[in-house]
Design a protein around this ligand. Structure first.
Ligand code: MG
Length: 366
């Protein structure tokens, strides 16, 4: 462990805003940064509080105190761990992913994401400058999503015991209690809207790993979707609460696996049309080349909506009015036949069953 000398060094400001050069005497993370002692405090102040700080996070107690919610509201909680490799990929990084993934899991429940807590497992020897870049990215994404990071934890493990950095985020959101939104509320007759093209995230991570064997312009779709989802919810309001019965972000396992989960949860059948599913040309050709089906490739900035047909056009228009949903399409319908099953009508006119993804197609994609 190397102590930080304070004699020739100005104390780091906790609340004074951005700290451009983190830990001047400590370019790499050492085990002592996870000790809970002075090095941990210095790391938290210089890297985390300057970037993510707010009055709740900076209060310095063992738990964050959050304001109470209205009596008509429900609390929605989710948690997700992020182990993506590499840490940076076209269109994003593990920090943007860690905030977006948790924001999206809260937002698809029909809730407004409010707070996030984050746990960091850092490998000894990790560059503090790189850590600063990742936390900058988390801060920018949190700002876009209008949420506060209110609690955090850092642990350091010995070199070789983790692959650079893992981040676990837990989110808290608030939902009006009259909203019945979830996979169990999907009904026969519902239209299925997909907010945009599929497969971009998975292929962007493969690109970053150098596994494509060539350069492409592919970028991940990773993004916080709560703004777009709120616009859809506003458009979907009706006498029963909302015409949107369920939403889900098709991450690991892709659109096919997510639809399969919903079909099983709601005991309905799902039929989707291949020709309505947006796939970029580049993703389509890479998938063909490598033998992937884009329906099973992970997305990190897409959402599936299950909407009562009276409101489909209104909700679709609202989604398309948002940048993240401009390519949204109705891709299929929920039916009473074949409960628990997902059928794909292909461009050639045949129909085949889409199973859940079995096994791991692309490990450590998120
Ligand atoms: Mg999800």
């Amino acid at each position: 462990m190397q102590p930080i000398s304070s004699s020739d060094n100005e104390p780091l400001s906790i609340l004074g805003g951005y700290c451009p050069i983190p830990l001047p005497h400590q370019e790499k993370i050492v085990l002592g940064h996870g000790s809970g002692g002075k090095l941990t405090h210095d790391l938290i102040h210089s890297i985390f509080q300057t970037r993510l700080g707010n009055s709740v996070l900076n209060s310095g107690n063992d738990g964050a105190v959050l304001p109470s919610i209205g009596k008509d509201d429900e609390i929605i909680v989710s948690v997700d761990s992020h182990v993506v490799t590499p840490l940076f990929f076209p269109g994003g990084d593990i920090g943007k992913l860690a905030i977006s993934g948790t924001v999206n899991d809260i937002a698809v429940m029909g809730a407004i994401p409010k707070y996030i807590s984050a746990g960091f497992i850092i490998e000894e020897g990790f560059q503090t400058e790189t850590l600063g870049q990742i936390i900058d990215s988390m801060a920018a994404t949190a700002k876009e999503a209008n949420i506060l990071v209110v609690a955090g934890d850092t642990k350091v493990v010995e070199k070789g015991k983790c692959d650079g950095l893992y981040i676990t985020t837990s989110g808290i959101g608030v939902r009006q209690n009259n909203l019945l939104i979830g996979g169990q509320f999907v009904k026969p007759g519902d239209d299925i809207i997909l907010s945009g093209s599929i497969g971009d995230h998975g292929m962007a991570v493969l690109q970053a790993r150098g596994e494509l064997g060539f350069e492409s312009k592919i970028t991940s779709d990773v993004a916080p979707l709560n703004g777009m989802i709120q616009m859809a919810l506003n458009a979907g309001k009706n006498d029963q609460g909302n015409a949107i019965h369920a939403m889900r972000d098709p991450t690991r396992g892709g659109v096919a696996t997510t639809l399969s989960e919903i079909a099983q949860q709601s005991k309905t059948g799902i039929v989707i049309n291949e020709k309505s599913i947006p796939v970029s040309e580049i993703v389509q050709s890479i998938c063909e080349m490598l033998g992937f089906d884009p329906l099973y490739v992970a997305n990190e900035g897409k959402c599936l909506f299950f909407v009562s047909p009276q409101k489909t056009e209104t909700v679709l228009e609202a989604i398309r009015n948002h940048d993240y949903g401009k390519d949204a399409q109705v891709i299929g319908k929920v039916v009473a036949d074949n409960p628990g099953k997902v059928l794909l009508k292909t461009i050639l006119g045949s129909t085949h069953l889409l199973e859940m993804l079995s096994g791991e197609m692309l490990p450590r994609i998120c």
